[in-house]
Design a protein around this ligand. Structure first.
Ligand code: ADP
Length: 226
């Protein structure tokens, strides 16, 4: 679990301000839901946390350590202990479920035996034990979401970033996945930052809801769940 802190962080693309002097603290193990209309800066905020975008000004701290500051990433994405599940799941279709989940562990040079064990644990966790050798293309939407979740969690991230991860699922699958995410949060413990347009998802998943508006935190709704 990690603490995330933004101090007066701004980010523009060309002349377009995406994040406008945001200060924000997310406590360890908190589940923050980001809300707001399209283009208000939700994805940019996640990219800044992940190190996929650099702030133009301000500081980003993870566990009290400076991860990024004006124009510079001081910690690479892979140093930040972050797992990501975005709307476009980007599963590798030519790899099996096991290989997809194993990928981040290979990048982290986890030893062979430990890797296999970890993949096994992950597929059990998301209840996909029977699909180790299946290709993602042969799975249902919900099963693919679970593979993406297992892949994101395999490296035991301290922070999990999710950008509308359930938006392509029907109601029943979405509900199942929400329960899954809460169960995993309970079992593993991670700090969650979750982007959605859905009030149901926000209510169920968030310990706090933050509404963004034009790159700023809308103070009226920074607090209790929506
Ligand atoms: P949201 O996720 O809330 O829909 P974004 O963070 O994607 O919002 O976008 C915030 C603003 O930044 C928008 O005006 C968007 O057009 C702009 N933006 C985001 N990413 C880029 C990019 N890679 N290049 C140019 N403009 C971008």
């Amino acid at each position: 679990m990690s603490m995330i802190e933004f101090r007066e962080v701004s980010k523009a693309y060309q002349s377009r301000v995406a994040i406008d002097a945001i200060s924000l603290k997310v406590e360890r193990g908190e589940r923050v839901v980001l809300f707001g209309p399209s283009g208000c800066g939700k994805s940019t905020l996640l990219h800044l946390i992940a190190g996929l975008a650099k702030p133009d000004s301000g500081d980003i701290l993870i566990d009290g350590e400076l991860a990024a500051t004006a124009g510079k990433n001081l910690q690479e994405p892979e140093q930040r202990g972050i797992g990501m599940v975005f709307q476009d799941l980007a599963l590798w279709s030519h790899m099996t479920v096991a290989e997809n989940i194993e990928f981040g562990l290979i990048a982290k040079r986890v030893a062979n035996r430990e890797r296999r064990q970890r993949v096994r644990e992950m597929v059990d966790l998301v209840r996909l034990g029977d699909y180790l050798n299946a290709r993602p293309g042969t799975l249902s939407g919900g099963e693919q979401q679970r593979v993406a979740l297992a892949r994101a969690l395999a490296t035991a991230p301290r922070i999990l970033l999710m950008d509308e991860p359930l938006s392509n699922l029907d109601d029943e699958l979405s509900l199942q996945m929400r329960q899954e995410i809460l169960r995993l949060h309970y079992d593993i413990g991670f700090t969650l930052v979750y982007v959605t347009h859905s009030h149901n998802e926000a209510k169920e998943l968030g310990t706090r809801t933050i509404r963004l508006r034009q790159g700023r935190i809308d103070s009226a709704s920074n607090g209790a769940a929506a």
